[in-house]
Ligand binder design. Structure first.
Ligand code: EPU
Length: 343
């Protein structure tokens, strides 16, 4: 068996997934360069060890131990390119911490990602689910992604349109395992207007003149709003929103509104996004605790690991919630995190 010394065996992943699930990786390697990534993938194929690319582990549920090779992307890189009068391109290694990057760009006076402060995870994971919050999505500023295409073995560049972004979705979800994101380029600006219309943010900045705010003020406001409503994974392990907000046809939305006049959601031109948190809350799940796992008491969309819950506990709870919502509203909730490992 080829066993480069960098590859560790039987590695504990509890601190590498934000749900704090005590899974183990049969093989594990942390990579900081494209070469090391290629080497790790070659090793995995020679050993028939299924690779799993891990970023911050904030959008994953370990159903059990992982029997293949976990490759942790740890390539840190931040540099500015094409700085002109107003704009600049921020080039980021996949292993950078997303929130640190938001604060770095905001402190430098650049706008575009300040609403995405405090989203856990790494830069490389951000395009996969097109992270979004408070009326902003990553696709609004993403210029291009560099990735290793495992079909060809070459590094490729995918422009924004080739990433096929939509709500919590991208080509990286449609072709799982094909691309390993190595670098992300964002186009930021010193003057683009802030997006402060989302209700919680509008309330926070109520009465303040947006022209007097800096990107750092907005990022700090977002952090305050998030801290009021969402649990900090380092205090109470969680994977953020556990379900996507379901998108329904407009006539379904109108009939739901007739039955439930206070239903929360965002109707658009040809479909509506229903607030999954509202649906779950209506079924009485908010604040529910079943020994080791539960539902957060301020945001029904977030499942939490109170103490040593395992992946099976979390998935069983998610299943009960999903069945309840479907029985009551006829809406099938789709899970947001991916499930890996085997029980
Ligand atoms: N609501 C309830 N009960 C709750 C929580 C919320 O009824 O327990 C209602 C609220 O009254 C509100 C509506 O649901 O009218 C929507 O709630 P909120 O504004 O908190 O947003 P969300 O749709 O639940 C989404 C994202 C979050 C993001 C916020 C803010 C998804 C799946 N989630 O949540 O993203 O922070 O909007 O933009 O789209 C994440 O992805 O991990 C995440 C936290």
């Amino acid at each position: 068996m080829i066993s480069p010394p960098r590859i560790q065996e039987n590695v504990f992943l509890g601190e590498m997934n934000s749900l704090g699930i005590a899974a183990r990786a049969r093989y594990f390697v942390s990579v900081t360069s494209l070469e090391a990534l290629r080497e790790a993938l070659n090793w995995a194929s020679a050993e028939s060890a299924q690779p799993l690319i891990l970023g911050g582990g904030s959008n994953l549920v370990f159903a059990g131990d992982y029997q293949g090779l976990v490759i942790r992307m740890a390539n840190a890189r931040r540099c500015w390119e094409h700085v002109d009068g107003d704009g600049a391109t921020l080039v980021l290694g996949a292993g950078e911490n997303w929130h640190d990057v938001v604060m770095y760009a905001a402190a430098a006076g650049y706008r575009g990602i300040e609403n995405l402060a405090l989203i856990p995870g790494t830069v490389g994971a951000a395009p996969v689910q097109n992270i979004g919050a408070y009326g902003t999505e990553l696709r609004d500023t993403l210029l291009e992604v560099s990735a290793l295409d495992r079909h060809t073995g070459h590094e490729v560049t995918l422009t924004n349109s080739l990433c096929h972004f939509s709500y919590r979705d991208s080509v990286f979800k449609h072709e799982p395992g094909r691309y390993v994101i190595t670098t992300v380029r964002l186009r930021l600006s010193r003057s683009r207007p802030f997006s402060l219309d989302y209700r919680d943010l509008a309330e926070y900045f109520d009465g303040q003149d947006a022209r007097c705010l800096t990107p750092l003020d907005v990022a700090n406001g977002v952090m305050a709003v998030r801290r009021r409503k969402l649990p900090d994974p380092s205090q109470l392990p969680n994977a953020g929103s556990f379900f996507k907000n379901p998108v329904v046809a407009l006539d379904t939305w109108h009939s739901l509104q007739q039955s439930y006049p206070d239903i929360a959601g965002h109707p658009g031109d040809d479909s509506a996004k229903v607030a999954a948190a509202w649906l779950i809350d209506q079924c009485g799940w908010k604040g529910y605790r079943n020994g080791r796992v539960g539902v957060h008491n301020r945001q029904a969309l977030v499942l939490v690991n109170h103490s040593n819950g395992n992946g099976q506990d979390v998935l069983a709870l998610a299943d009960r919630i999903r069945r309840d919502v479907e029985a009551r509203f006829g809406i099938a909730l789709e899970m947001e995190p991916g499930v890996v490992g085997s029980p």
